[in-house]
Design a protein around this ligand. Sequence first.
Ligand code: FAD
Length: 436
Amino acid sequence: MRIAIIGSGIAGLGAAWLLSREHEVVLFEANDYLGGHTHTHEVSVDGVTLSVDTGFIVHNPVHYPLLTQLFGELGVATQDTTMSFSVHNERTGLEYNATSLGALFCQRRNLLSPRFLRMVADLLRFYRIAPGLLAGSGPGPALGDYLREQGFGDAFRDDHLVPMASALWSAPADQILHFPVRHLVQFMTNHQMLQLAGRSQWKVVRGGSWRYVETLRQRCSASLRLATPVHAVRRLEQGVALTTAAGEEAFDQVVLACHSDQALSLLSDAEDRERDVLGAITYQPNDVVLHTDERLLPRNRKAWAAWNAYIGADAARACTVSYCMNLLQGLPVSTPVVVTLNRCDAIDPLHILKRVRYHHPVFTREAVAAQARRHEIQGRRGTWFAGAYWGWGFHEDGLRSAVEVARSLGVAWPEISLEPRAVDHAAAGKIAWGSA
Ligand SMILES: Cc1cc2nc3c(=O)[nH]c(=O)nc-3n(C[C@H](O)[C@H](O)[C@H](O)COP(=O)(O)OP(=O)(O)OC[C@H]3O[C@@H](n4cnc5c(N)ncnc54)[C@H](O)[C@@H]3O)c2cc1C
C-alpha cells in the first residue's frame, strides 16, 4: 500500500518507521526539522557547545516500555537523571524542594509554620486515601470538588498538588482543578508517584533527544518531505487525496500524526463523529524559553530542583515551570541552563538562547470521554489518527498510538503487550516526596 503520514513527532516517526517495513510510506512535516516536540538545540554556554532539549526530555523503562524497546533496537544511549521537584510561591515567599526532608525544610521557618505542616499532613493523607478512588468507575468529581469534599487545606492544594499537576501537564491552575480526579490519581498511581520506595529510574537520551530522531531517520526507509505542510485531506471513493503547495496527491491510506485539532481542521469532508471526537480534545499554547537567567529558579539554591514550579499571583495564568537542564541532562557547565514555560516576560532578554511555542492537549472531562470513542473514527475511509493525545499526552502515548495503527495496517511490533499497565494498588498507598 502507499501510505501518507502527516507529522513527524514520535507518533508520526514511529508510524513511519514501522509501516515502511511493509508499505511505501511518505512522511509530510510542516517544520524544517524532524521530531515535533522532540526538539534539541545546539547552544554555547561557558564556551562549551551543548545539545539542550526544550521538548521531550525524560522517560523511564517501567512506564515507557515501547520507547525503551525502540531505543534498545536503535542502540540509543541513555543516562540516568533526577526528577526532583520544587515550589516557589511568589506571594508568600514559600520555597521548598520535595526531594528530601532537608530540602523540604530548606526554609527553616517552615518547621514552625502551621500552614506548611498542615500541607505535609494533607499530602500524606492524600497519598493514603486517593488510590481508593480507583475502585470506582467513570472520571469521578473534578479535582477541586474532591479536595473540598475531603477537607484538604488550601496549602496542599495551592502549594503542592496543583503546581505539581500544572507542571506535569503544562496547564493553568484553574484548569487542573477541573481535571477529573480519578484520571489524575490513575496517572499518579501508574507512575508510582504515590509511593516512596521502588520507583523507576528516570532517564534522558545522552547528547539530547535528537539523537534518537537522527538514528530513526537513518534506519527508516520512508520518503521524508520536510517543510511541506499538508493543507487538506479529502477522502476518495478508493483511498485519500492530500493537498500540499505542490498540488494534490493520492494515497491508499493516511495517518494523521498531528494534534487532534490540526487533524480535524485538515479533513475537508469530516464526518460528525470525527468532529465530535477530535473536537473534544483541544490543545493550548505554551511559550517555552531556553535561557541562562538563574532568577527563574528558586532564590534559595538548596531548593533548586530538576522541575521548579512557580506560583504567581494569578491562578488563571498558564502554568509556569522552569526545568534546570544542568540537573536533567547532566550538562558540564556551572551556569544554570534553564527551560522556562510561560514566564517569558520575567527573563532577562540578554540571557535568552531560544524561544519556541508548543501546544499541549487539554484533558477535560469531555476529552477523556472522547478518547474512549477512538474506535469510532479509527481506520474509516482510509484515515487513521495517531498522537500522544490519545493517552496521557506523553512520549510513550505517542509511540503507542503509532504501534496500534501499524498493527491495524499489518505491521506487528513489538512482542510486548499493548494492554495498559495494571495498577499496583499495594504500592500505591505508600508515601512519596518528589521523585527519584
Ligand atoms: C516542553 C515540553 C516538554 C515535554 N517533556 C516531555 C517529557 O519529558 N517526557 C514525555 O514523555 N513527554 C514530554 N512532553 C510531551 C510531548 O508532547 C509528547 O511526549 C510527544 O512528543 C508528542 O508527540 P506527538 O507525535 O503526538 O506530537 P508532536 O511531537 O507535536 O508532532 C506533531 C507534528 O505534526 C506536525 N504537523 C502538524 N500539522 C501538520 C501539517 N498540516 N502538515 C505537516 N505536518 C504537520 C507538526 O509540525 C509536528 O512536527 C513534553 C512536551 C513539551 C511541549
